[in-house]
Design a protein around this ligand. Sequence first.
Ligand SMILES: [Mn+2]
Length: 432
Amino acid sequence: MKTIYITGHKNPDLDSICSAYGYAKLMNLQDPDNAYIPVRCGHLSDSTRGILEQLDIDIPKYKRDVYPKVKDVMLSGAHRIDADDLLTVVAAIYEKNNPSAIPVYENDSFYGLLCVDDITNWTMRELSRDNKITSIPKVREIMTEQGPVIDSHELFDEAKNMLLASGKRGLAVYDENGYVGFVTRRCFLNVPKCDVILVDHNESSQSIRGIETANIVGILDHHRLDAIKTDQPVFICSEPLGSTCTIVYQQYIRNNRTPDPVTAKVLLTGLISDTLILKSPTTTGDDVVAAHVLASICRIDLEQYGLSMFSRVKGLKERDPKSAILSDFKTYTENGIRIGIGQCEVTTLDDLPDYMEEYAATLDEIRSMQQLGWAILMITDVIHEHSALLCTEHRGNRHLPYEALDKNLFDMPDVMSRKKQLLPEIIHAVGE
Ligand SMILES: [Mn+2]
């Protein structure tokens, strides 16, 4: 049974979390021989967490990275040798398996590793002294000093270097609860790869740490394609729809399945959130159909549910500027310029003058911290379908097609989508 992680992008939003959850549910039904685990590679904002908690599901757990680890290659040892066993017990094992290290126990707890060098050295010593072996020792009598122990969460490459540097044939592996296994040089011959499915993104810069070392087995997305090179053929479903949750819903249909009511509500949540209650111009007919079917499966009023969801979102004045901006912040590289674009949803733009300056200063801090050429914040009023754009100093500001409200602040009536409406203008502006 393999484990396949399903992850959305960094700074996970509802579409990322909900599509990972819904797709894992489907894949576990479709392919029960493997385990599909939805995870998130970033921390949740308070409002996202609040909305997810109301869904009464196991919220996908945080996964720091998908780098190969010692626990992916360690051995547990098929044989149980006691420190007081005679060496003849070990001989029987060697005849069959030829292991380079064997774990040794003392009263059921781990005592140490017996390495093949311990045996060879002892044998050679005996032979050089008497020309024959006169007595059979206990295992503990020939064991030499143990090497350093390795943490099971240690990175593959680090552990490999530790083992080589130790000069030992094998090292014991521990986790927070004690001994869990051991590694020998053979464990490090092939680098293991984590299987990962990407949802709601396909660019490695937006993905979980270590994605370059992983095996990508699928992509479900609705963003521009700047995909990672894969080793093997991969299932890709990339469509310009309003939400990845719609694409996941369509996978249920394609496989002749209906999401259960809880999963339907989860998918609807991501869909409504990403399409701003089906009002964003990214919304397609497919999204509208999916939303209504999902709403009828979980028996809720779509509009009402959407408004109650967005009413949970705090105004920017009450939020910490840095965490508000970074909660949904994506970076792009265009024309050699690194651009960061954040988007915040609000229910009114009337209080913009109250917090504008503080947010502008914070945005500039983020720009210099992340070494961006241009940092931008799109503030979207989801109720009135209207956005404002706050930018750091950049020559691109002059090429934006929006009316300036103030210095580096622009008015964007009817603009709601970062991806579909704003990003093309930004790309155009840096190309000028
Ligand atoms: Mn999305």
